[in-house]
Design a protein. Sequence first.
Length: 655
Amino acid sequence: MSPENTLPIAEVVAPPQLEVEPVPSLRWRRIAIMVLGTIGVLMALNQQFLLNLAGFQPLGNSYLYYLIGIFLAISFLHLPVSKAHPNRLVWLNALLAIAALSSCLWLGLHGLDILQRGWEYDAPPMADAMALIMIVLVLEGIRRAGGGVLLCTALLFGTFPLYAGHMPGFLWGSQFTPLETVRAHVLGVESIIGIPMQVVAELVIGFVIFGSVLVATKGSEFFMNLANALLGHRRGGPAKVAVLGSGILGSLSGSVISNILTSGPFSIPTMRRVGYPAHYAAAVESCASTGATLMPPVMGTVAFVMASFLGVQYTEIVFAAIIPAILFYVALLFQVDMYAARRGLDGLPRSETPDIWPVIRSGWPYLLSLAVLVFVLMVLRMESRSPYYASAVMILATSFNKETRLTLARAKGLLMDTSVNVANLVAVLAGIGLVVGGLSYTGVAGAFSRELLLYADGNVALMLLAGAVTSFVLGMGMTVTACYIFLSILLAPALIEAGLNPIASHLFILYWGMLSYITPPVALAAITAANIADAPPMRTAVYSMRLGITLFILPFMFVYNPALIMQGSAGDILLSVALAVIAIWALTAAFEQWIYKVGKIGLLSRLVIGASGLLILVPELKTSLIGFVLLAGVIGINYFLNANKPHNRYKGSTQ
């Protein structure tokens, strides 16, 4: 698994070939990673459940230093100095891993001194030396795990305190000396060990473990079989299976790329078998998996960071995000169904799809663990412990079946998967901590928001448009979590001060930040799926953007109508959801040139029905009524014109 975890971060940098090390002389890396990963997981369990193992219960800042040291060391052992030459300079990887462990161990052992003696402002030479080493290691870690763009971002904003006093206008801020900057970043609590790293330590590691357990015990196969049993035999069934199956898997793993690699080899060939072109099948899988960062409970770890920034319960984020995420998958189902109806594509033969009840009976361990997760998360409100309980239940319940029980080999894979995913997260978010710290310590973040409000002159639409473009552009070079953290500091406060709902403002940034997964030129999800389908990458990306068009509209919908994020009365929420579904159906019909019970429609009808959908979305009675009139008119006219043209309709249009 991996909340962003495997997340957008590990997704890019955690190649599966690690599990089978082909070079005997380098197998020691696997052993080292598994030993360090075991220590890291035990430390997380010890801290989470206050076990006091061997009398060890470190302070909060010491615990964070220890975790950074362990998982940064793993990232150096796992990620090569150069992707082009992965087996070169192996000695350097080992040296950096030792340096990470040594420096962070020293800092962890002196955690109490750092707090009580104010080393953030005046530290002894040894503390300064260790802090400097840690800065260098964090920068190298983010280079390997996040790439050049993230490294440059971390350097630019991490060094900002050095020259903030010379910047013009709202960019002016408090200036630090080089030594003060190093101390603030490493020994202070707003940078490397700030909110992002605290969220990883407190919440994310547990959900990474949960996702890894799900994969190791073959839970992903169960959810795909469940989707196949429900929808495989329907019109265009394999595409619907991809949407539903990837949606369920993504909601539990929070990972886009690993989701594609897990379900894509099954869903894409079956889609092609019933008649979907290769590029369209890959686009469906990429869009369905991209929803992994939107669908609760995991949401690619961003939900946990969001809750910390907003100072609200994690469950509030889950409730707010659920309706937009479901609307996105509803739109995908509409589109693949209309595409199949217009082209007469059938589903799989009923004999080739499993029966629903045997599938459910075989998957009771996963359903039980999911129920435990939801109960502990939502009812008991124990967010940080819920994934551990759910993982324990899943391991125990699957042990009764030899096909799913956790064998020694699977346990090793589980440990390796967890270690690598957490390591990639730590490497990236430690670097992003430099960005957070640089903006916080200089005071520029608040000034930027005030200046943005001033320039927008109260025009909320202009601010949203600027925020959408900024989020989208940054999303091309950053992971979703990194992009979100950056903009939540700079942009979200301005949106909130402009009067927008706080949760809606933060979700707006998240949605636009993750669009780069399916939008050219980056389109990482689309390109990954295209490789599986052997389809043209850019053509797949274009179709992914078309299938995911709802993602471009949804953020504006819930910003202007907070009822879609559970803000309002039950009546307002139900009415808003109903109108949103009708509007999404209308927009889908316009894109797919198809109306149920009517058939294929022409260009003028597509324009009118698309306009009606947009009007219905506007949260005002008059515009919604106009939209309904246009919608009813275009359906009625097309039904009358096509009444004597049965060849224009597909018999299975009601499936």
